[in-house]
Design a protein around this ligand. Sequence first.
Ligand code: ATP
Ligand code: MG
Length: 401
Amino acid sequence: MNEDYILIRFGEISTKGKNRKLFVDRLKRNIKMVLRDFRNVRYESTRDRMTLVLNGEDAEAVMARLKNVFGIQSFSLAVKCRTDLESIKETALASVQEQYKPGDTFKVSTKRAYKQFELNTNEVNAEIGGHILRNTDDLTVDVHSPDIHLRIEIREDATYLTFRDEKGAGGLPVGSGGKAMLMISGGIDSPVAGFYAMKRGLEIEAVHFFSPPYTSERAKQKVIDLTKRLTAFGGDIKLHIVPFTKTQELIQKQIPENYSMTATRRLMLQIADKLRERHNALAVFTGESLGQVASQTLESMYAINAVTSTPVLRPLIGMDKTEIIEKAKEIDTYDISIRPYEDCCTIFTPSAPKTRPKKEKIEHFESYTDFEPLINEAVENTETIVLSSKAETKDQFADFF
Ligand code: ATP
Ligand code: MG
């Protein structure tokens, strides 16, 4: 029996009222985007779900991609048959025979979208269950926790049979909630923050501060690889690489050492905010969590955040490092993040940064220097590359370097 269909059920979006169509359209687009290199897949959709016709494409590979798409509640491999009782009986029995082991239990549940069908749902359950029982050995019914849960969905044009529900990623379709900039560092935290931004339906563009020759090409490559990994959750992502060397050198020269980190963060945020404006985004995301390091005390956040009134969102704020690491492993960014290359902040980090910097003091220290020209220069010289969610090919990488 060929399970040549995948039924995809939409999640939270089914309750979104008037915006529903927008959300659903976006989700359908995102699904097609992550599956675009499976050329034979065909799409059929109705109001509350989508059906993929695999046409010979590898079901496991397609399902692995679907697992990452926000807005999907669950999906299942399905067999399709004609909407008539004989055909349903035959298909159900054949599928069960193919997969059960002696001693297994099963259950049948039926949903009838096509109300004119000759039997009601209870009658279908009884009819199909009885037919399976009569024609198998050592298989019994268990309605509470069956080994095999056969779901039958009767529609006018066709009937679908599924056996196993895969949990989807939940959340909202990427792009349905607008756009934000993600400050991405090459560390463990910021890619996880990006994941959460996307989970709530945001499209992200990543911003990375790069300080050659203090930081190496390999540190940059690490950020490219991390951003590329995040495309699995929502399609192509733009990565803006900001040349930050001159600014950092000027900070070293002009700002007292124990405040240099505060100044660095303030300047990064100002530049990220300019890029945000330029690219029509409405918020900045960071991987900060409260209390982790000197720059992440509440006093520090207050002094850094004072440079802008744009929302700076920190989805990891309440998480412990171990929880963040767990998530990073789950979304496959951890192995890239722990590659040893230094990032620009690590290198310039003073031995004793102020853990309780005062906003008035940093403003005072900064007031002796005009950073504005360097901020503008950094924005102007930012290099933008687009990371694609498509499976990598050599040609594609040739475009980047
Ligand atoms: P991460 O693991 O994300 O680097 P962290 O715990 O090491 O976080 P910091 O290095 O203090 O913390 O960075 C805090 C946040 O500032 C990062 O999560 C990121 O959002 C931003 N950030 C730090 N360095 C950079 C950089 N070079 N480019 C862009 N953003 C950065
Ligand atoms: Mg870091």
